[in-house]
Design a protein around this ligand. Structure first.
Ligand SMILES: N[C@@H](CCC(=O)N[C@@H](CS)C(=O)NCC(=O)O)C(=O)O
Length: 338
């Protein structure tokens, strides 16, 4: 009798949980577009082009999820958020996914009710300053005025680093990105500090002649950047997580937007499973079996997205470095689909 009761309870509880977990997927399907939290405009990662179309490595993550879930990479709405606004927007349900140069930290992954769904860019905090300053190492920054943006992990990281290295500095902390950059450009601070990716974006697109500015060689922290979702919706977490993995796995397996149709005939079991020719990876995610095929076809693999947005085909010209695949000496290690 007791056993039957426990089974009944488990079944009802299981159904209730499944319903709760399916929330975001159902909401996105019903709405027929994804609400994607991005920056207010950050070249290479998430910024509108001259036609108002959002472009970037982070935008491609939104497009990948939209392609997987809704069949069309363009079925997403860009929600621009500054650093301060981003977690509230996710917590409150204003966005379905936060895809915006957000560092994974223990506190964010636990206490904020949000959770990361992978890493799409390994980074570190650095310093940008005018070349004319003659400064060539972060050790020379004693006495500097340093611009930062409110609501970033950069504030605490800089404070920790300065304390550990006996460096005195004056922080100028500004809420809006544009204002923070303008303050730096106008010489209100000697240095701008944020993730190196952000510094590359600022240098390439916001400051007149990029060659008049240098990014110092030292990175003072680890900044693993990745998409976040709300805690408590594992089905949705899996969709975002595996959409990103699918892009990396496609790179690893040599599947690109250009050859994906030919690759449907590949004899490789791993490619067949990725593209839904065999297996049930789609069903396991609550999607159809072409979810990853559409990601690669419409968005491209991770290498294509990287090169187009932030790599050698972009003004940022960021090296793959830590963001290369593991087999090429980087940290990107796509989990297997099987
Ligand atoms: N990775 C750091 C910093 C990310 C960040 O928010 N950086 C700022 C300064 S470059 C930014 O992206 N601003 C863009 C905006 O607010 O639209 C974090 O997660 O706190």
């Amino acid at each position: 009798m007791k056993k039957i009761f426990i089974r009944l309870f488990a079944a009802i509880f299981g159904m209730a949980c499944t319903a709760a977990f399916a929330q975001t997927l159902d909401a996105v399907k019903k709405r027929d577009y994804l609400q994607c939290g991005l920056t207010t405009g950050f070249a290479g990662f998430s910024a509108p082009d001259d036609k108002g179309r959002w472009q970037g490595l982070d935008v491609d993550l939104c497009r990948a999820v939209a392609a997987a879930v809704l069949g069309d990479a363009e079925k997403y709405k860009a929600i621009p958020l500054n650093s301060q606004q981003r977690f509230t927007a996710l917590q409150s349900g204003e966005i379905d996914v936060l895809a915006r140069n957000t560092s994974v930290t223990q506190q964010r992954d636990t206490a904020l009710g949000v959770i990361h769904a992978g890493i799409n860019f390994y980074d570190g905090q650095g310093f940008l300053l005018p070349r004319a300053s003659g400064v060539s190492s972060a050790k020379e920054l004693d006495g500097a005025t340093i611009c930062l943006q409110t609501g970033t992990s950069n504030e605490n990281t800089l404070a920790d680093w300065a304390r550990a290295n006996g460096i005195q500095y004056k922080p100028v902390v500004i809420e809006q990105f544009n204002e923070a950059v303008s303050a730096f450009a106008a010489g209100r601070c000697d240095v701008f500090s944020t993730d190196a990716s952000g510094l590359a974006a600022i240098r390439a697109s916001r400051l007149g002649n990029p060659d008049d500015y240098v990014v110092l060689p030292e990175l003072i922290s680890k900044e693993p950047l990745g998409p976040f979702v709300r805690q408590g919706d594992d089905a949705w977490l899996n969709i975002v997580k595996w959409s990103l993995i699918a892009m990396m796995l496609a790179e690893e397996l040599g599947v690109s937007s250009a050859n994906v149709d030919d690759q449907l005939k590949s004899p490789s079991p791993a490619i067949q499973r990725l593209l839904g020719v065999t297996g049930n990876a789609g069903k396991n995610l609550g999607l159809d079996e072409q979810w990853a095929y559409r990601i690669v076809k419409q968005v491209g693999n991770y290498a294509e997205s990287f090169e187009r947005n932030v790599g050698q085909s972009s003004p940022l010209k960021i090296e793959r470095g830590m963001n290369a695949l593991w087999r090429d000496g980087g940290l990107m290690y796509p989990l297997p689909i099987r």
